[in-house]
Design a protein. Structure first.
Length: 184
């Protein structure tokens, strides 16, 4: 893992377009723009390079003093060497916070969206409710309000897939000890 170097990144975004600089780091220009905003790095405005190319006066604001900046990490591409805009980060100790460890454990599990999973009672109730539901002018199924139903907005053609996803999410939550209730 690498940490962005503000000074090098600031110099880079003013020397070349974000698209070219982003390719150097192996990310998109949008992602690089987000990194710059998080690190409070001013970016050139539209037309900056054209004005500069034709000798028009352009303003380059100084890099502001860093205040309350988050630590923004990036993955190093496996086939590249150390880039000019990044510096090595020392190995960090493994977190010991119980809540952090619990979240990491939950994130490590994959949620399977398979049609063969046992259907949860909420998914069965939703399937029953939406099977005979009418559609609105956009083709979205309108559930009956007098019967229990998960809050899903889908068309008839995507109903089975949406119910499979909802079923997988509910079963995964309950397997991790999180209670799931249906209010209607």
């Amino acid at each position: 893992m690498k940490v962005w170097n503000r000074e090098d990144l600031y110099a880079g975004v003013w020397e070349q377009p974000l698209v070219k600089l982003a390719a150097k780091y192996g990310i998109s220009a949008v992602a690089l723009g987000k990194v710059c905003r998080k690190l409070q790095i001013p970016l050139p405005g539209r037309g900056y390079r054209t004005k500069k190319e034709f000798g028009k006066p352009v303003e380059r604001p100084p890099l502001p003093e860093a205040r309350n900046l988050p630590v923004v990490r990036r993955m190093e591409r496996s086939n590249s060497s150390v880039s000019a805009g990044a510096q090595e980060v020392a190995d960090e100790p493994t977190p010991t916070d119980p809540e952090w460890l619990r979240i990491a454990e939950v994130e490590a599990h994959r949620i399977e969206v398979a049609p063969g999973l046992k259907r949860h009672k909420f998914v069965l109730a939703t399937a029953s409710n939406l099977a005979r539901a009418r559609t609105d002018d956009r083709g979205i199924l309108q559930a009956r309000y007098d019967r229990p139903c998960l809050d899903v907005r889908v068309s008839k053609s995507t109903l089975d897939r949406a119910l499979a996803v909802m079923n997988a999410v509910i079963l995964a939550l309950e397997s991790e000890g999180f209670p799931v209730t249906l209010a209607w």
